[in-house]
Design a protein around this ligand. Structure first.
Ligand SMILES: Nc1ncnc2c1ncn2[C@@H]1O[C@H](COP(=O)(O)OP(=O)(O)OP(=O)(O)O)[C@@H](O)[C@H]1O
Ligand SMILES: [Mg+2]
Length: 291
C-alpha cells in the first residue's frame, strides 16, 4: 500500500494529511448452499460502493447460470463465453449498469462453462489483469457449492465473503466450503455475512456457531470476521421482480440502508494486503496456487 500526502482543506487553513492509497480490492461473495442471497448482495453492495465514489466491477462467475444482468434489468450482447471463445475482449463484453457500475456478464445454459479448464482459467485471469487498473473494487458472484469454478474464483479473490443464513444446511455447507479452501488451498481468512434473518442476535448466533465449528475442526489460526447481517426484507423480492436493485428502487428501505453501511464498512476495513497496487493482481494469485 502506498502512502500519499495530500492537501486537505480545513475550515480556515490548508493542512497536509496522510491517506493510504488502497490497492485493488478483489472480493468473492460465495456460499456453500445456494439461494442464500449472494447475487442480490453483489448487485446492491456494488451499487452502494459506486455511489460512494468507487470504481466497481461485478463479475458474474456463476458461469453457466447468469443472474447479475437479470437482477439489473440488462440485456448483454456478449458474455464471458465470447471472451473465452476468443471472439471478444473484456471491453467488448462489459455492460454498464446504474451509476457507471461495470458488469462482466455470464451466459446461461452453457454447461461447458460450469467447469473451466486450466487454460481458460489462466486466460481469464490474464484478461482481468489487463483491465483491472481502472478499478477500485471487483466483486465476484461465485455461484454456490464446492465445484471447481467456485473454488477457483474464491482463490483468485484476495478476500472472501461467505454468505449464510441460520438454516443448519446453510451453516454446514458454508463450513464445508471453508474447509476445502483451508485444507486444499491454504486459505486462512474469511468473512461471514448473514442474510435474510430478522433479528441481529440471530446473525450473531450464526457467526458464533460457525466460529465454534471452525475453531474445533480447523484450528484457531483460521480467521472468520463477522461483517454483520442483512435483514429479511420483502423489498428485495419486489425489486427482483422489477429487475432493479433494491437500493435504487427503495432507497429508504431498511435493507437498502444496510447495504450502504456494509459498503462503507467493507471499504474502511483494512484490505488483506499482500501486495502493492501496482502489482498485477490476478497473476500473483495464479502463481501462488495450483488450481
Ligand atoms: N435479505 C433478503 N430478504 C428477503 N429476500 C431475500 C433476501 N436476500 C435474498 N432474498 C431472496 O432470496 C432469493 C435468492 O437470492 P439470490 O438469487 O440473490 O441468491 P443466490 O445465493 O445468488 O442464489 P444462487 O446460489 O442460486 O446463485 C431471491 O428470490 C431473493 O429475492
Ligand atoms: Mg446467484
Amino acid at each position: 500500500m502506498k502512502r500519499l500526502s495530500v492537501l486537505k482543506k480545513t475550515d480556515s487553513a490548508l493542512a497536509i494529511s496522510e491517506v493510504w492509497e488502497q490497492p485493488l480490492r478483489v472480493i468473492s461473495v460465495t456460499s456453500g448452499k445456494g439461494g442464500v442471497g449472494k447475487s442480490n448482495i453483489v448487485v446492491n453492495l456494488g451499487l452502494a460502493l459506486v455511489r460512494q465514489g468507487h470504481k466497481v466491477l461485478l463479475i458474474d462467475a456463476d458461469l453457466g447460470l447468469a443472474n447479475l444482468d437479470i437482477l439489473l434489468g440488462l440485456t448483454p450482447r456478449y458474455t464471458i463465453s465470447d471472451l473465452l471463445a476468443l471472439r471478444k475482449s473484456i471491453p467488448d463484453i462489459l455492460v454498464e449498469g446504474p451509476g457507471g457500475l461495470k458488469i462482466l456478464p455470464a451466459s446461461s445454459g452453457i454447461p461447458e462453462l460450469a467447469d473451466l479448464d486450466e487454460y481458460q482459467k489462466m486466460f481469464l485471469l490474464n484478461e482481468l489483469d489487463n483491465f483491472s487498473e481502472s478499478l477500485n473494487i471487483v466483486l465476484i458472484d461465485t455461484g454456490a457449492g464446492i465445484s471447481k469454478n467456485v473454488l477457483f474464483f474464491n482463490i483468485a479473490a484476495l478476500e472472501r465473503i461467505v454468505v449464510a443464513n441460520n438454516e443448519p444446511t446453510s451453516i454446514t455447507d458454508a463450513y464445508a466450503l471453508i474447509k476445502v479452501l483451508v485444507t486444499k488451498y491454504g486459505e486462512t481468512r474469511f468473512k461471514l455475512l448473514v442474510n435474510g434473518l430478522s433479528q441481529p442476535h440471530q446473525g450473531e448466533m450464526v457467526y458464533r456457531t460457525m466460529l465454534k465449528v471452525m475453531e474445533r475442526f480447523l484450528g484457531r489460526e483460521i480467521s472468520l470476521d463477522y461483517l454483520g447481517m442483512i435483514p429479511f426484507d420483502e423489498a428485495i423480492p419486489k425489486a427482483v421482480l422489477k429487475q432493479e436493485p433494491v437500493v435504487s428502487l427503495y432507497p429508504g428501505a431498511k435493507v437498502s440502508r444496510c447495504f450502504t453501511e456494509l459498503a462503507k464498512r467493507i471499504w474502511e476495513s483494512p484490505p488483506t494486503s499482500e501486495m502493492g497496487s501496482n502489482v498485477k493482481f490476478f497473476w500473483r494469485r495464479l502463481l501462488a496456487y495450483q488450481f
